[in-house]
Design a binder for this molecule. Structure first.
Ligand code: NAD
Length: 495
């Protein structure tokens, strides 16, 4: 058998074999076959990457660059990503099975994060404090934290990387990036562009491998100042607890069980598209998936009929085909998990209107496909309504009025996103106000931007990514006091 392409890790500006001496196979979800080998980093690899990042933060060129020069580097990196968008998109599709149609668009958009935060780098201003003390000049500076560990999930590797890397670097930190063990190839391709942009060595390092091995060593490393994490809520809680031991800063972007609420006065055609986009786009493998469709009683039957008509025509197949609409599930464990939730929903008495099984169509080959699945007559206390499935499985729940819609929407442990479909402006504002979610979309779904804050309420996370304030998550404030008095006053009392 031909040897698979073998990646190396990127540490201190050079390509290195893992100290573990081991590699993992990474699979193509469309055919279920391994296509490359990814270094299986261990604690020694984590230590080496953190040492390189710390050295780059403390010494060398990076701390001597002005914020404007850091911004220039970020913008150059953005240009290189734009140049290579199609190549990076193809790597993502091969490794995680998302649609080429979506990934090309996403990779053409990712440069905006580097342009936006590159532009912001030299606009982080301290303040001169109007001191209450005579003969005192007091000002603040916002300084980088040090070494940031950025850990990402498998569903949108390079987008999630941009959410973290762009503000972290703009703020002057150095980074160890730990992509998911299922989808590490795109990060290793991406870091070639970091080199080409001529970032100083050690500013961006990539350590690959399992979370419980290299990841665990990174989040507990004493020289790491912050962990920026995207992943599941159980892992997120563990990251939070571990980081607490070293009083590290933490931002957590975790799971969701987002409600997509359709009121009787909605434009039904648009809302059907919104429901589809909420749950079947990216095969439901998005943190913001609108996995609970809340329908007002009066429109339930008509809406479900139209939804089924559209969902039945969804084209499954090769994610590299621009016409494919639903691709495979990314990993075998995730495939099993989605199918097990389908069984749970059936046992709980939910009414399966569509799908409800693995897809066995010729166009799906040996890929890990699940049929687009719709459950009706779901009640919000069922597990299928409370727990994140992360697959193409929709639960329909009925409601009578605004109060009940809001009560059901908020009655989950998560609070990442929500959709509201109504043509009534007053209702859109009052309902948006009452929803416990970090993002609310009205008459649209799945819109994100580099300039709009993103993050979770409740168990969906801590902190915000994107938007101008996100850079604050990577800075700390220093207060500098300068006495202009001609003599030092009584040293035995507080000034
Ligand atoms: P996961 O929690 O299993 O893994 C996420 C990352 O954490 C991976 O890189 C993994 O290797 C690493 N990891 C695992 N154990 C670790 C440990 N002990 N120490 C350090 N790192 C460790 O999540 P996943 O299955 O990769 O991703 C799916 C989840 O991510 C879903 O819950 C989804 O909702 C969530 N997600 C959230 C957002 C968001 O922005 N809120 C975006 C995308 C995905």
């Amino acid at each position: 058998m031909a040897q698979l392409p073998k990646y190396q890790m990127h540490v201190g500006g050079t390509w290195v074999d893992p100290l573990s001496g081991e590699w993992l196979e990474t699979d193509n979800p469309f055919n279920g076959k391994p296509w490359a080998l990814i270094p299986r980093g261990n604690a020694d690899d984590a230590n080496r990457a953190v040492a390189a990042a710390k050295d780059a933060f403390d010494n060398g060129e990076w701390p001597r660059l002005t914020a404007t020069e850091r911004g220039n580097l970020l913008r150059r990196l953005g240009d290189l990503i734009a140049r290579d968008a199609d190549r990076l998109a193809a790597t993502e599709v091969q490794d995680n099975g998302k649609l080429i149609a979506e990934m090309r668009g996403q990779l053409r958009y990712v440069p905006q994060w580097y342009y936006y935060f590159g532009g912001l780098a030299d606009k982080v201003e301290g303040a001169v404090i109007p001191s209450d003390k005579p003969d005192m000049f007091n000002y603040t500076r916002h300084e980088p934290l040090g070494v940031v560990v950025a850990i990402t999930a498998w569903n949108s590797p390079l987008l999630l990387t941009a959410y973290k890397l762009a503000p972290a670097l703009a703020a002057g930190n150095t980074v160890v990036l730990k992509p998911s063990e299922y989808t590490s190839a795109s990060a290793l391709e991406f870091v070639k562009l970091v080199d080409e942009a001529e970032f100083p060595p050690g500013v961006v390092n990539v350590a690959t491998g399992y979370g419980r091995e290299v990841g665990e060593a990174l989040i507990s490393h004493p020289d790491v100042a912050k962990v920026a994490f995207t992943g599941g809520s159980v892992t997120g809680r563990h990251v939070y607890e571990t980081a607490a031991g070293g009083l590290k800063r933490v931002t957590l972007e975790l799971g969701g069980k987002s409600p997509n609420i359709v009121f009787e006065d909605a434009d039904i055609e648009d809302a059907v598209k919104g429901a589809i986009s909420g749950i079947f786009a990216a095969s439901g493998q998005t943190c913001v998936a609108g996995s609970r469709l809340l329908l007002q009683e009066d429109i339930h039957d008509e809406f479900v009929e139209r939804l089924l008509r559209t969902a039945k025509t969804a084209r499954l197949g090769d994610p590299m085909d621009m016409d494919t609409q639903v691709g495979p599930v990314t990993t075998p464990p995730q495939f099993d998990k989605v199918l097990s939730y389908i069984s749970i929903a059936k046992e709980e008495g939910a009414n399966c209107l569509l799908g409800g099984r693995a897809a066995q169509r010729p166009e799906c080959g040996d890929g890990w496909f699940v049929e687009p699945t719709i459950f009706d007559d779901v009640s919000n206390d069922m597990r299928i309504a409370q727990e994140e499935v992360f697959g193409p499985v929709l639960s329909i729940i009925r409601f009578r009025d605004d109060d009940e819609a809001v009560a059901i929407a908020n009655d989950v442990m998560y609070g990442l996103a929500a959709g509201v479909w109504t043509q009534n402006v007053r209702r859109s504002i009052t309902v948006a106000d009452r929803l416990q979610a970090g993002t609310v979309w009205v008459n649209t779904y799945r819109a994100v931007s580099f300039m709009s804050p993103f993050g979770g309420y409740k168990m969906s996370g801590i902190g915000r990514e994107n938007g101008a304030d996100a850079i604050r998550e990577y800075l700390q404030t220093k207060s500098v006091w300068i006495s202009t008095a001609s003599e030092v006053p009584n040293p035995f009392v507080l000034r």
